[in-house]
Design a protein around this ligand. Structure first.
Ligand code: PNS
Length: 183
């Protein structure tokens, strides 16, 4: 395989890691990946295995949903990791961590995380992309809450995720009813 001056493999091109919980993946995440692929040749979507966060979906379920969505896109590599992100990044040929920013409220958390990762590995940078206006209110947490309470999340997450959320919460189809004085 061809190498560059630093002895790195040239063939993979520019690679970014897009880490997260993806519990579940949303169109907000997908938007960042698609725009990330305008800058990078490959994006490694890395699902963090962190049971402390008490995820709704197992890592296997999350992998299945993400792999199914990107099955026709060879430039998105789907993987999972345990432990420190910097250790995982070190095992790949990525040089950049890609993260989305929705609002100023995300900034502090992201700033701390990027600074800590940079202090653990000084060669590693984090690149932030602003979430598109259509998705700035979308997060996995709110998607789960709305779905659990029977609200519509169609158009905010892929269809497969909508189906998996409905199965997970075993919700009855809501009936319309009149509310009057006798209720
Ligand atoms: O989608 P999330 O939950 O905001 O993603 C957070 C994630 C998974 C990127 C972050 O928690 C992480 O990198 N976890 C791995 C453990 C780690 O490296 N922690 C130190 C970073 S400050």
């Amino acid at each position: 395989m061809a190498k560059n001056k630093k002895g790195e493999d040239k063939d993979m091109g520019r690679v970014a890691i897009y880490p997260g919980s993806f519990d579940p993946i949303t169109y907000g995440h997908i938007d960042i990946i698609e725009r990330g692929l305008e800058i990078f040749d490959k994006v490694i979507l890395a699902i963090a295995e962190n049971e402390e966060k008490r995820p709704l979906f197992s890592v296997e379920d999350r992998l299945r949903m993400v792999k199914s969505f990107f099955k026709d896109n060879p430039n998105v590599i789907v993987d999972s990791f345990k432990g420190l992100l910097v250790d995982y990044v070190g095992k790949t040929n990525a040089k950049v961590i890609l993260r989305g920013l929705r609002a100023t409220s995300d900034f502090e958390y992201e700033f701390h995380m990027a600074s800590m990762n940079r202090s653990l590995n000084t060669h590693l940078d984090t690149l932030f992309m602003m979430t598109s206006k259509d998705y700035f209110f979308v997060s996995s947490r709110t998607i789960k809450e709305v779905a659990r309470l029977g609200g519509a999340v169609e158009g905010l997450v892929p269809d497969l995720v909508v189906r998996r959320l409905k199965e997970k919460f075993k919700l009855p189809v809501p009936k319309k009813r009149q509310i009057g004085w006798d209720d």
